[in-house]
Design a binder for this molecule. Structure first.
Ligand SMILES: [Zn+2]
Length: 283
């Protein structure tokens, strides 16, 4: 059961355990999940991220636990996309109508998560296509627009932030995010690498000690480093721990301001519980 922000729209996705509405209304602090049912459409592209059932797997898991409120995003407008991309690239994507519609909604979802986070409330954008391989003028690996880049640059344009820290926990390096944000000297991006889960988490803990206070923390949350996915490193509990570490880090350095956006993650049987574990740590 998914409760939308207006409180009366219920979306059923997959086999889920019902949640007591009363319990939620008793005063759970609800983490905002940015989601639109359009993201369940899988025919906008043909790649790992557009796989049928992927978003349903995540939303079913999030819907099985209380504590999450769903916010529907609006598509990012062209002037917002222009913060991260060239007009020729945007126009090229626009020539594929369904892809543009989905990708601009995804970028809008990331921007909405950052908008919420800057008020001090945590948010997770459950969106696709992902964005961390999207550069200013090109993209690869299922990505189209730089969701993280757009989310941060719109806050910067609005003078709501001057600095940021981005942790990318996808199995693949977020080369696009790095390129899009390369001119911004007060933005630090970290893509950890380690042979096993324990060292991976250590690497994150060690790196963040070197980060001074920032205005916001963003996580490019890919789940393909999971032990049964491509990267074969992390457990479900590791995702909880990473979420929790970033929550604590944000409390100490960015006045609680933190958000995460979905990147990769392709092992559908456990994808939902991994996203849920991350969100429960991050919440
Ligand atoms: Zn990946």
């Amino acid at each position: 059961m998914i409760i939308y922000d207006n409180g009366d729209i219920i979306l059923k996705v997959g086999l889920i355990r019902p949640v007591s509405l009363a319990k939620i209304r008793e005063g759970w602090s609800e983490m905002k999940i940015i989601f639109h049912e359009k993201f369940c459409e899988s025919d906008y592209a043909d790649n790992g991220a557009s796989m049928p059932g992927r978003m349903e797997a995540i939303m079913s898991a999030l819907g099985s636990e209380p504590g999450f409120e769903i916010i529907r995003p609006e598509p990012a407008a062209e002037d917002t996309l222009l913060l991260a991309h060239t007009i020729s690239y945007i126009n090229m994507i626009r020539s594929d109508g369904p892809l543009y519609e989905m990708a601009s909604l995804s970028a809008g979802g990331a921007a909405a998560a950052a908008d919420i986070a800057v008020t001090g409330e945590p948010a997770f954008a459950c969106i696709r296509p992902p964005g961390h391989h999207a550069a200013r003028d090109s993209a690869w690996g299922s990505c189209v627009f730089s969701n993280m880049g757009i989310a941060l640059l719109q806050l910067k344009r609005q003078r709501k932030i001057e600095s940021a820290f981005v942790l990318d926990i996808d199995a693949h390096t977020g080369d696009g995010t790095k390129e899009v944000l390369s001119d911004w000297d007060r933005c630090t991006i970290f893509n950890p690498y380690a042979e096993d889960g324990e060292s991976y988490i250590k690497a994150i803990e060690t790196f963040i000690k070197s980060i001074p206070a920032v205005d916001i923390v963003g996580v490019c949350a890919g789940f393909d480093l999971y032990q049964k996915d491509l990267g074969k490193r992390l457990t479900t509990f590791d995702y909880y721990r990473i979420g929790f570490i970033m929550k604590r880090f944000a409390e100490l350095t960015s006045k609680h301001k933190r958000f995460a956006i979905l990147e990769g993650g392709y092992y559908l049987p456990d994808l939902g519980k991994n996203v849920l574990a991350f969100c429960q740590g991050f919440q």
